[in-house]
Design a protein around this ligand. Sequence first.
Ligand code: IMP
Ligand code: MG
Length: 186
Amino acid sequence: MGRDDDVAAWAAHDLGRVIVSADEVAARVRELGREITRDYEASPPLLVCVLKGAINFMSDLMRAIELPVEVDFMAVSSYGAATKTSGVVRIVKDLDVDLADRDVLIVEDVVDSGLTLNYLRQYLGARSPRSLEVCALLLKQGEQRVEQDLKYVGFSIPSDFVVGYGLDVNERYRNLDAIYTFVGEV
Ligand code: IMP
Ligand code: MG
């Protein structure tokens, strides 16, 4: 356990064990930033943050990349208030910039069934980017219903529902620095 992993009293009731500590997240994000810097040196990417879950990851990752990246945001909704995917993806906020001939890197919080990402890839792929890749902080082991081709993955984790570092349940717990299992009532 590193800094800020001791669960604050206001959250302790609903949280189980630490899945990824704040220090582990920080170290891995620095590594990913180095890899992306190296891989995209010739052509700095457009980072597309998938709101809201990827906000913490995006914020740290973009500062770990030593290139003139651009950033944009989109919001999708696939879960409603429950902890299992409905399989139905809705675009809540679309991008502001044109993707034609851009090297686009989707920044996602977690790939669970993969349905959200599948939908996003098709949706964004139709706009003629030069390349379209994915950087996912978390990949849930054995849960993908469709084969996923992820260029960067932070951590492979068990299939428990997790919160913290951007990930929520009913919009709460995004403001924790570590990632924990959620053991409360939904
Ligand atoms: P998928 O479509 O099943 O891959 O689900 C992906 C989306 O569901 C992510 O972008 C998250 O917003 C949300 N999600 C999936 N698993 C979790 C979790 O354990 N905690 C919080 N959100 C999750
Ligand atoms: Mg979410």
